[in-house]
Design a protein around this ligand. Sequence first.
Ligand code: GDP
Length: 273
Amino acid sequence: MRFPEALLRRLAEVAVPVTEQGTVWISAKMPYDMFEDFQDRTRPAAARVFGGSVRAKYVSPSALGYELPTEGRPEIAFAGRSNVGKSTLLGTLLGDVQLCRRSKRPGCTTTINFFEPGGPAPSYLVDLPGFGFAERPDDQKENWSRAMFDYLAARDRSVLRHAVLLVDARRGLSANAKDLEALQGFSALKVSHHVVLTKTDLVRPPDLANALWDTFHHLAKFRKRSTCLPIVHLVSAKQGHGIQDLRDYIGSFIAEAADLRRKTRRRNNTMAL
Ligand code: GDP
């Protein structure tokens, strides 16, 4: 599998590879000059969010009484259209594919589901309701979007550290107005976010390169919004492609939250002296 030379040249106009697996890019970054006020976002070393001896756990919404967790653990939210592969990806990241499938039982599709990865750095992965399924009645679709935006608007940014927008690599970012609407929402609500292209195993490398090119072109429209990070991950939950890279990236936001909390505690202690 290899990106053809001509496409690589075209891609080089908008993106630089960050990590590669074999000869295929698994994450790419927009050149910094396209993001004028983009500060250096070198991520801190990733915290160990995943793995360890504790199994990942589903914190059911009913157990929470439909309240959101209040312990202040850092959260990473996952959004995307229904069928984009969100449950499968979350399950793969957590090391338990069935875990997220089980939480998708009827009646729970409009709820916000919290998963506790089993790693030593406490955090939550948040499964936001899938949006934009054509077969659902419009008012229900509306409710799903509202649940997502209510959560994004209400959640303290010291808790909600980052959101991931999943986009099917076969369609790309341009194909769906809902995806662009979600990006606009993240930017307007000042939620740090980035795009992940899913199911890359189903796409031929030239089409994948095109999807990436297209995605960066759309992201360029948000370049003045500093919460839109100019990086795209390419993953296949089926083949495990790009999964570790995404885990590390998520871990860097959790590490950043821990750093911030330490600094705040130190500042408060100094002020109390
Ligand atoms: P959700 O509605 O976004 O939670 O999507 P699901 O995780 O339920 O996935 C929808 C369909 O896509 C299922 O049939 C999955 O088996 C399939 N799927 C998910 N991820 C991948 C992937 O990486 N590669 C392939 N080929 N299929 C996938």
